[in-house]
Design a protein around this ligand. Sequence first.
Ligand code: PBG
Length: 325
Amino acid sequence: MYLQRRNRILRKSPAIRAMVAETVLTPNDFIAPLFIIEGKNISEEIPSMPGYMRSSLDKTVGHVKELYGLGIKSVLLFVKCDDHLKDNAGTEAINPNGLMQNSIKAIKDACPDIVVITDVALDPYSSFGHDGIVENQQIVNDKTVEVLAAMSVSHARAGADFVAPSDMMDGRIYAIRQALEENNFTQTGILSYSAKYASCFYGPFRDALDSAPGFGDKKTYQMNFANRVEAIKETLMDVEEGADIVMVKPALAYLDIIREVKNAVELPVSAYQVSGEYAMIKAASKLGWLNEEKAMIESLTSIKRAGADLIATYFAAEMARLLTS
Ligand code: PBG
């Protein structure tokens, strides 16, 4: 048989495969999410996220330095708010001496070059476990947006490089950009969770922060996973309203959305490999059913190949360690 084209030539050896690889991961790609808790010298494993910790600020600062040493350029901060501080107004979310604000300052002091991104949503601070203010069992949009804007300004004041609204309220990117401008935070960026789906894959995260909704679900604000066109609409509106980076979340079950968003916008696209995606790989490898390292590399490479310029992932440190070793 004479073949005119033999595609396997380009797969013949590791060297050739490396030469023609279209997608290459680097530590610059990763955003490391961090869970910060009150207290001192505490680091506890999150049961549904094996190998992933919830840590007090002193421990977190050390960890951030380590991440920066591995080549990781950014961290995404989440705090676990004590129950007695939770209410229906987001009071603790805008406390200038709150755990988030203090964490931003401490991390920027200890490691000024790392890019600090902060989660902006009310769920960790909400007595209802919802991302917004609740009235008559409804999550009210406009009042929530006011608090999110104030929260963003308080994060900017503490030194955040980017605020990352993860709430999916309408009009919040516009309101946040305006509030940052009014307060002269012209260097603070917005990483918008533009296409965030109402997903079961957030389960372990809600364990980590004790932030599961107390009633109902999040389907009146987060997107229906049946929809694709809506993701483009949401993202284009966020771009118009002033987002600097847009994000698709979750990642692996939404690779089609990542690609479409990437084709539709002219700014960096991020994807979030969420807690449930991490937990699935960890669980299967614990049972001996998957090779953890290979599953990690393949899933992250696929997310980048789909179009993600940045990936928020609980594998950030593990992957960076592998890439730099
Ligand atoms: C809060 C928020 C969530 C996640 C990031 N920010 C949970 C939710 O929306 O219920 C999920 C992250 C993950 O699962 O890793 N607004």
